[in-house]
Design a protein around this ligand. Structure first.
Ligand SMILES: [Zn+2]
Length: 495
């Protein structure tokens, strides 16, 4: 190697995510306590989830079902033989002083999910992110800190055990992610899959989906990983992306200035848009795992496994591929339509009822989504059925009503429901697209406004707008706009 010449080192980031998904079962993982969020502190508790001596946990079968479905959807191998282990650590919100988790034999391993980013030209760029493992475990409780040393002279901490024993699936990715954008998309895709399966509501504000990021940087070409730093406390996809991009810059900056990175956990400060050190890590923690003696190992009968697999819905990535290849929709439209399973199913039901794909997509992504957002509603709450939307699209395509008229009818259809055809008839709204009828109306208009006609023919052509206005007024907005304009111009020019 030539010495003395300055070498410009390029760095790359190596990123992996650990995601905790709260499984949306009605009861906890090892007891019958409710998992309802937001109830009074220490209301949903019993001797089992409070970790009293002598109690026996029993695995909630729905937790196993949800974990297997999630693992299958993430293309994992479902283990023939799996077990629970005790992970020892002391924390005030963990009454047993250990957490029941899975260590060396998780329920699912070796999977992947596909993320899709859209490049500047609008084309999808797809990448597989490996899934190392998915395992089941119980959540810990929650500490609530109160008081103030400065104001009252005392501080206190309260503990709420409502969350202890709430079932979690922890999903660990391979370090395949290279940027904040890829990480945010990975987390979003994971959430989509969980929501499609109905196994986790993905509510980040309530903590139903929590992501921890491991990130290191290394010079491109170097095989050895750099110092791994963990970031916590990101409660939106946006924050995940920005925290990672910030951290990549920070770590490269430290290395370039000759500094050293330490293994540590950092917190994302949303307000200041930066990460700050929370605690240094000294080597790997020793949790002294050992097999949970009170729970039997898990072996799932083949028929049961086959049944759960058969119950999986078409997943978001499959839908995206199908909408693009079969329906010819753009990558952008496809992403929006498949983001939420209920919206995708509404769209598909509209097509099944005869609506054209492009029109149905435009209505759903445009006016209908606008209405849902402004009213804070889910698509299932609107009175307009997919069949009625298909009928409305049919009326436009048959030239019975204009798009403008359809838009005017929409608010009533969204809130009252019913048949667009019947509504059009009841309101006498049929579009006038008969050439003879329109010509007769235009003739009348020209006779009624001789001055304007003379001025138009004298060169003041912008008076066309005046005549269009009169025509729409006279027809109550029912004139087929395209045809009416053509005919009007012809007549105005005296043809
Ligand atoms: Zn309980």
């Amino acid at each position: 190697m030539v010495t003395g010449a300055p070498v410009k080192t390029k760095y790359e980031a190596i990123i992996g995510l650990e995601t905790h998904c709260q499984l949306s079962t009605a009861t906890k993982i090892f007891c019958n306590c409710s998992t309802e969020f937001g109830t009074e502190p220490n209301h949903n508790v019993c001797p089992v989830c409070m970790g009293m001596p002598g109690v026996l946990p029993v695995l909630n079968e729905t937790v196993l079902e949800y974990a297997v479905k999630a693992g299958t959807a993430l293309n994992c191998k479902i283990s023939d033989y799996s077990k629970f282990d005790r992970k020892q650590y002391f924390y005030p919100d963990l009454p047993k002083n250990y957490q029941v988790s899975q260590y060396d034999l998780p329920i699912a391993e070796h999977g992947w999910l596909e993320i899709e980013l859209i490049d500047e030209r609008g084309n999808p760029v797809r990448k597989r992110i490996g899934i190392t493992r998915l395992h089941m475990e119980e959540d810990a409780g929650k500490l609530v800190h109160g008081g103030s040393e400065r104001l009252s002279g005392s501080t206190f901490s309260l503990v709420d055990y409502n969350r202890t024993g709430v079932p979690l699936a922890e999903i660990v990715s391979e370090p395949d992610i290279r940027s904040g954008q890829e990480a945010a998309e990975y987390a979003q895709e994971l959430r989509r899959i969980m929501r499609y399966l109905g196994v986790c509501d993905g509510n980040m504000q309530e903590g139903s989906l929590r992501c921890d990021v491991n990130i290191s940087v290394r010079p491109v070409g170097q095989e050895k990983f750099g110092t791994k730093i963990e970031i916590k406390n990101m409660n939106s996809f946006n924050a995940i992306g920005r925290a990672i991009d910030y951290e990549i810059e920070r770590q490269i900056g430290v290395l370039k200035s000759g500094g050293t990175l330490h293994q540590e956990t950092r917190l994302w400060e949303e307000g200041a848009q930066r990460t700050v050190s929370m605690r240094l890590k000294e080597g790997a923690s020793d949790y002294r795992y050992f097999p949970e003696p009170d729970l039997t190992p898990i072996e799932i009968p083949d028929e049961q496994l086959a049944q759960w697999k058969a119950e999986l819905p078409e997943l978001p990535a499959q839908k995206r591929h199908r909408y693009e290849s079969e329906l010819g929709l753009s990558a952008y439209d496809t992403r929006i339509l498949t983001d939420d399973r209920a919206v995708a199913e509404y769209f598909e039901a509209t097509l099944a009822a005869g609506g054209s794909a492009k029109q149905a997509a435009n209505w759903i992504m445009g006016d209908i989504t606008g209405y849902l957002n402004s009213e804070k509603l889910e698509i299932g709450a609107i009175a307009l059925t997919p069949q009625a939307l298909a009928e409305l699209i049919g009326l436009i395509e048959a030239n019975t009503i204009s798009s403008k008229m359809a838009k005017d009818l929409l608010p009533e259809l969204l809130t009252q429901g019913g048949s667009p055809k019947a509504l059009v008839e009841a309101k006498g709204l049929t579009q006038i697209s008969d050439t003879g009828a329109l010509e007769a109306i235009i003739d009348e208009l020209l006779v009624a406004h001789p001055t304007e006609l003379e001025q138009y023919r004298g060169g003041k052509t912008k008076l066309q707008g005046f005549f269009v206005g009169q025509l729409m007024k006279k027809t109550g907005g029912r004139a087929d706009p395209k045809l009416a304009n053509q005919l009007l111009v012809k007549k105005l020019q005296g043809e």
